[in-house]
Design a protein around this ligand. Sequence first.
Ligand code: ADE
Length: 250
Amino acid sequence: MFSSVMGTSIMKRAQEKGLLEFKAHDLRDWTHDFHKTTDDAPYGGGPGQLMKVEPVFEAMDDLLADEPATIIFPTPTGEPFTQEIAEELSHENRLLFVCGHYEGFDERVYTLADRCISLGDFVLTGGELAAMVITDAVCRLIPGVLGDDQSAQDESFADGLLEYPQYTRPATYRGMEVPPILLSGDHAKVDAWRRKMAIEKTARLRPDMLDTAKLSEEERAWALSIVEEVARSEESSVEDPITGTPDARA
Ligand code: ADE
């Protein structure tokens, strides 16, 4: 499961360049019974199985013996994953993800956690995919992993804004034109346009991000005027649920 993701594209090249190293471990290697059991029924009854406590502690004893690591539990009960957390983790030397299955871990296992991280309000079948998603977001922030260092900086979330729209050739496709300013060769104007579009896109699609986005007073006032305009146009398109006609309040 891990080798297909870690062995492809940018994560593969990052390892080949010696910028990072991945290793997957199997918890069954720290079991002692014939069937290599890692789960058991919950005390108190109820459906499903729980991951046992001993294999995880014993695995940690071994895996942390020579080198410390930041221990991360991917779990829907964790803190919501953000670009800021990815940034923080990219400065750590070693990350160790503990991936649970079934209904979760015996609660005592979480005393090992430095961080519990959630990808969102949904439940995956296991922590592995979440660990890979987090790893992907973190590893692209490590200097040298992306070809062009600029690309990790300009993009969505870096300054608290969504990324501006981008285009490549052809200039016209099926009647859709690339904004002429991008063809003008005037870099100052292109930069100003991109900034404006990033603010407008954020105001329209993710107004919640404006609270923390890095904006000048003038930019903030403009962004808020867009949010108000969107709210007004949504209000005027609210239909009466019975007649289907525009709501009288509009
Ligand atoms: N494991 C199962 N569901 C998860 C989620 N939403 N986020 C992180 N880890 C998980």
